[in-house]
Ligand binder design. Structure first.
Ligand code: FAD
Length: 866
């Protein structure tokens, strides 16, 4: 069969159907074809089952609330559709001290207008409010000592929240489409490849051999968007545990009027009963890797631990339902976009192609969005629509140079190189190669590079630097997610195990012996998001200490060195949002993700950058290794950390390579000293810093020092950055002497003195234990902001560097901004990271520290023992 028509729609969800209906109504003479790899909505085997979805407006798109209202109005005004809508309201609750869900609740409050003092009374405390909403007569159940509901710190009730029976809604739309003579359907298709000629999307060839072509194509199905257009950065498909509880008549009667109940902290939702069943979803685990298989091909049932978790959650809120039988369970595949908003846009690289796809959670809103997609196709009010309702509120697929298939070479597989490669691949770039001279795939990230380390501190404490604070919080969400992704991954590199946790939210104590907070900490505390202030504990505040205890925080975390009891000075903050990540394992994980997304990875000595291949002023590739293997490229991104100034001499006034000092202390075997293993475990001992901010230590002062809980193998890392050292031993291509990493062993005596003196006073049980040392190479920028930009005057060359001692935490998210620069998209971040005039940027403040330049490393001043 060959179809040639006016509009081809790929997908058969609410968005596809409402687009087909809107187009067919507006263009009665046009021919519309809707194709899908799924079965027809009224297929006998998939016959109608109730499937409830929220109708919600709280996504990040500025347009979402108005579309929510419009969708709701359309459904309510429609005689048939109105039966799909249930308005019961929704309770959102959270468990005390849970930073992530506090943030979500805070966002919800803002959406509901509950975030000001005036309306604070609408915020319902738990458990009384929950009881009243649930109309639970058996109040003792909730008041029983130890009843878990009492853990709920806060709950809000959104009385307008509505749910929709999506299957019913789809069926109605499908029947309406069938009733139109100009809409045809083809289900169960398998697309072989798209037909693209002269940069015009013409249609698709099916595996069975037939072609479907049309003037215009709209991609709706998320998986096909991923497959055909490489939209994986925005479009992720993951599975969640979903089950339907079929309780006895009496339990059903008791809970028949409940609203939707969501515990944000445990990611659990139970919906009101429809057709005698309660739908329960548990979104604790993300299954799949963002490229899930179709629902039909997934054999699945609840695991015992998931079932336990669901029943535990039910026991908190609907105690009598907790032991009732489940009627069916499945992994429910959901599409999400990074911004949680939908995407209706013209493809800017190809004529004839539109993308109109929505996160699964917003699918009911499609009822009003089909018409908007047709507006865009017909070029009616396009600009306001694409501004309002598009991916990340930015534009569609990559805009300009280099095109998706043009070669991009990244030099360096540290944080900057990895995050860049990951985000390029996620945004659909197909020809990305990352080169590093270290064979990280075999060594599991050990080298003198800054990223190749055991652990790094994660914090969002950035004083007045709100852009970094925001980025850090965004990153925290991804670290959480990566923990669960590792747990559920179908395969892992050798250096990672499914039981590994990349990120440990063990808390971060920033302290000193003087009372009071330093200006940076004061600014951090003053500006910290309201919703998260509860996670910040002043170390000397008795009432906050009690709060910490109530929140199950081990008291040792507030004074890990037992200073107060010993009458020693101690003040500062325990930051409950902080902790550490396993740096080496995290890099291996991202390398693995890149590999899976098709990034070509070339590691080892033979891939050491040798020189650029030039065509006049333009860089057109790089040569590596001694034999000079060529890698042609449209764009070369140098992300070589402390080696960047030696490769790109233009950065010499903006970046400086300095050595930081790291000591690793090995605890005796656990069976010999279980006390030390317990004391320094992350459940009892936090990350810490001692007089770190403004931390150039004078003379013999002890400070500028930080440390970690023990690793799984009993290593305790302590770092000193009160002084950094340069190694002015390299003459760059311009003949200028610059600082360059050296592989010298040992640490400068000043660093060791600091570490020793600090340990003597605060962790005497570590002094004398086996010690390993490492110089770790920072790439400091003149103003501590990262440097990510094109190199002025040299076409085809970018740098992504200048981590300035704080970039690791951004590994999951930083690349997004690097790719924005590749695509010449201007944002607050691209401005923050852009090439700048070194004198204006404060070179004096940075390179020339108050008492002059950082000192030079002297070989005869290095030592490797206590
Ligand atoms: C001591 C120390 C402690 C830190 N602590 C923290 C922390 O707690 N939290 C935090 O968020 N950040 C921290 N940072 C900062 C963070 O680690 C860095 O900002 C980040 O790792 C820098 O990554 P990068 O990709 O720029 O450089 P690197 O990690 O140095 O990577 C550069 C890569 O380029 C490769 N390369 C170099 N030359 C060549 C060549 N010629 N050819 C091929 N490949 C080459 C190297 O082998 C290396 O793999 C710390 C940094 C240091 C030094």
């Amino acid at each position: 069969m060959t179809f040639t028509g006016d509009l081809l729609i790929i997908g058969n969800g609410a968005m596809a159907l409402s687009t087909a209906l809107a187009f067919s109504a507006r263009h009665p003479a046009a021919q519309v074809m809707v194709i899908s790899d799924r079965k027809a909505p009224d297929d006998i085997e998939t016959a109608y089952v109730v499937d409830l979805r929220r109708l919600q407006g709280d996504c990040q798109s500025s347009a979402a609330p108005s579309f929510f209202t419009e969708a709701r109005r359309i459904i309510c005004d429609d005689r048939e559709l109105r039966h799909c809508l249930f308005t019961r309201g929704e309770v959102f609750a959270l468990v005390k001290g849970d930073a992530k869900s506090t943030k979500i609740l805070e966002e919800k409050k803002a959406t509901l207008g509950l975030d000001d003092q005036k309306s604070a009374s609408k915020i319902l405390p738990s458990p009384e409010s929950i009881r009243s909403i649930l109309s639970i007569s058996n109040a003792e159940d909730l008041e029983r000592p130890g009843h878990t509901t009492s853990r709920w710190q806060e709950a809000i009730f959104d009385k307008n929240a509505a749910i929709v029976d999506l299957n019913q809604l789809l069926l109605i739309l499908f029947h309406r489409c069938q009733a139109r003579s100009n809409i045809a359907f083809k289900f169960g298709v398998d697309i072989e490849h798209p037909i693209i000629s002269d940069n015009v999307f013409k249609g698709v060839v099916l595996k069975e051999g037939s072609q479907i072509t049309a003037q215009t194509t709209v991609l709706v199905d998320a998986q096909i968007c991923q497959k055909l257009m490489g939209l994986s950065p925005w479009v992720r498909i993951t599975g969640h545990d979903t089950t339907w509880l079929k309780p006895s008549e009496s339990v059903l009667r008791k809970y028949k009027d409940i609203p939707v109940l969501t515990n944000l902290s445990t990611c659990f939702t139970v919906f009101p009963p429809v057709n005698g069943e309660f739908k329960c979803t548990l979104k604790l685990n993300d299954y799949g890797d963002g490229n899930a298989p179709g629902i039909d091909s997934c054999p699945w049932s609840l695991t015992p631990s998931t079932e336990r978790e669901i029943r535990r959650n039910l026991a908190e809120i609907l105690p009598e339902a907790a032991d009732q039988p489940f009627s069916r369970s499945r992994l429910e595949w959901a599409m999400t976009t990074e911004s949680r908003s939908g995407f209706i846009a013209r493809n800017s690289q190809m004529d004839g192609l539109f993308i109109a796809t929505l996160p699964t959670t917003l699918e009911p809103q499609a009822i009003c969005l089909g018409a908007k997609a047709v507006d865009l196709i017909d070029q009616v009010a396009t600009s306001s629509l694409s501004q309002k309702w598009s991916l990340s509120d930015t534009n569609t697929a990559p805009k300009s140079t280099p095109g998706l298939h043009k070669p991009i070479i990244i030099v360096g597989a540290g944080v900057f190189g990895l995050t860049t490669a990951l985000h390029l691949a996620q945004r659909g770039y197909k020809n990305v190669t990352i080169l590093d001279r270290e064979a990280y795939d075999q060594t599991g990230y050990t080298s003198s590079a800054a990223s190749a380390d055991r652990n790094k501190i994660i914090r969002a404490s950035y004083g007045k630097q709100k852009l970094y604070e925001r980025l850090a919080f965004k990153s925290l969400d991804s670290w959480e997610k990566w923990n669960s992704d590792v747990r559920n991954a179908s395969e892992l590199p050798d250096s990672l195990h499914f039981s590994d946790r990349l990120w440990d939210n063990c808390g971060f104590v920033r302290a000193g012996e003087l009372s009071g907070l330093d200006p940076q900490e004061t600014a951090t505390q003053d500006g910290f998001p309201e919703a998260l202030k509860d996670t910040q504990y002043r170390l000397t505040d008795e009432s906050r200490k009690r709060d910490a205890q109530m929140n199950d925080i081990n008291p040792t975390k507030l004074d890990p060195f037992n200073r107060l009891q010993r009458g020693l000075g101690w003040d500062g903050i325990l930051d409950g949002t902080g902790g550490y990540v396993a740096a080496d394992k995290s890099c291996s994980w991202v390398l693995h993700l890149c590999q899976k997304l098709g990034v070509q990875i070339r590691l080892g000595d033979q891939y050491t950058f040798k020189e650029f291949i030039r065509d006049g002023d333009k860089i057109i590739g790089v040569q590596t290794g001694l034999d000079g293997t060529s890698f042609p490229a449209d764009l070369v991104i140098v992300a070589a950390g402390g080696w960047t100034p030696s490769i790109v001499p233009e950065v010499a006034d903006l970046l400086q390579t300095t050595a930081g000092s790291v000591a690793k202390i090995q605890l005796p075997p656990q069976n010999e000293r279980p006390d030390l293993w317990k004391k320094y475990s992350s459940s009892e001992f936090p990350c810490w810093s001692w007089r770190l901010t403004g931390s150039k230590m004078q003379g013999t002062e002890v400070g500028g020092i930080y440390g970690f809980p023990r690793t799984q193998d009993g290593l305790i890392k302590i770092g000193f950055r009160g002084t950094k050292w340069t190694n002015m031993a390299y003459s760059n291509a311009e003949g200028r002497l610059i600082s360059y990493p050296t592989s010298a062993h040992g640490l400068p005596n000043k660093a060791l003195d600091n570490i020793r003196e600090f340990c003597k006073e605060n962790m005497p049980d570590l002094v004398g234990l086996p010690l390993a040392t490492r110089l770790c190479w920072y790439t400091d920028s003149v103003d501590s902001n990262f440097l990510v930009d094109r190199v002025p005057g040299t076409e085809g060359l970018m740098v992504a560097s200048g981590g300035s001692g704080h970039a690791f935490k951004f590994l999951p998210v930083l690349g997004e901004h690097v790719v924005d620069i590749v695509e010449r998209i201007e944002t607050d971040y691209t401005n923050l990271f852009k090439w700048r005039d070194p004198s204006a940027a404060g070179q004096k403040a940075r390179f020339n520290t108050p008492s002059g330049n950082w000192p030079e490393l002297k070989r005869d001043d290095l030592s490797g023992s206590w």
